[in-house]
Unconditional design. Structure first.
Length: 246
């Protein structure tokens, strides 16, 4: 086992057109394997999504190489005392995050985003800069929400992200005339969620960087609990450390 907090974990995604994800798969599999990384890389025609862990120099070197082809890729970092993944997987999917709404295409242009600092200001004052009520919509699955969420956030108890559009339509009237901010763990789901909401006429934004970006910038402000993550750490606290007992 590695010494305490010596393993770097990164998550990253980017919606961008990839002409031939199947051809890219073995290239990234070899590079990540040679670097000794473990985790998951998902590729689709709409973009790339990854969760990787390993030695800090190896992780950052791999990411630097990725940025040659994906210069806008931004990572979120956290640390652990062991690699929280059992192996390396590189997969080609139809979507890097499944919504089953092909008309929602963030690779063609993302929805407006609000920074953690701006959202913190809105939540502190109880309204946005124009005085409108701010509604936070949690786009994650119900079991994830149960680990922790923003105080007062809307939780529609969905079991999978493909249910989000129907849930949003059912609760559409609750959002009229309000400034809506969708959020998720790292930002990938709320990218699609915000676009879908805007297509329905809702004044929606996405929280830039998701919950992990919020933790890095604003800590536990306006947050209750931890944040579920899809690896062996189970959940991170607002200091981006594995929850106690994990």
């Amino acid at each position: 086992m590695a010494s305490a907090a010596s393993v770097l974990n990164v998550s990253a995604y980017l919606f961008t057109p990839i002409a031939d994800p199947a051809a890219l798969r073995p290239v990234l599999r070899e590079r990540a394997g040679d670097a000794g990384l473990r985790g998951t890389i998902l590729l689709a025609e709409e973009g790339i999504n990854l969760f990787l862990a390993g030695a800090p120099d190896a992780v950052r070197g791999f990411v630097d190489g990725l940025r040659v082809g994906f210069p806008a890729l931004q990572t979120k970092e956290s640390w652990s005392d062991a690699v929280p993944f059992g192996r390396l997987l590189v997969k080609v999917k139809r979507e890097i995050i499944r919504m089953d709404r092909p008309e929602v295409r963030p690779q063609d242009g993302r929805a407006p985003a609000v920074s953690p600092a701006t959202l913190r200001r809105w939540l502190d004052r109880g309204a946005d800069d124009e005085g409108r009520e701010v509604v936070l919509v949690d786009t994650r699955n119900a079991f994830e929400v149960d680990y922790g969420t923003f105080s007062g956030a809307r939780d529609w108890r969905i079991e999978r992200f493909t249910q989000f559009p129907d849930a949003a339509s059912a609760h559409r009237d609750e959002l009229d005339g309000k400034t809506v901010v969708s959020f998720c763990t790292g930002g990938i789901r709320c990218e699609k969620a915000a676009l879908y909401l805007r297509d329905q006429g809702v004044g929606a934004y996405q929280l830039d960087g998701g919950i992990l970006g919020w933790f890095a910038a604003e800590g536990n402000a306006h947050w209750d609990g931890d944040c579920f993550v899809f690896d062996e750490r189970e959940a991170l606290d607002p200091a981006l450390s594995a929850r106690a007992g994990a």
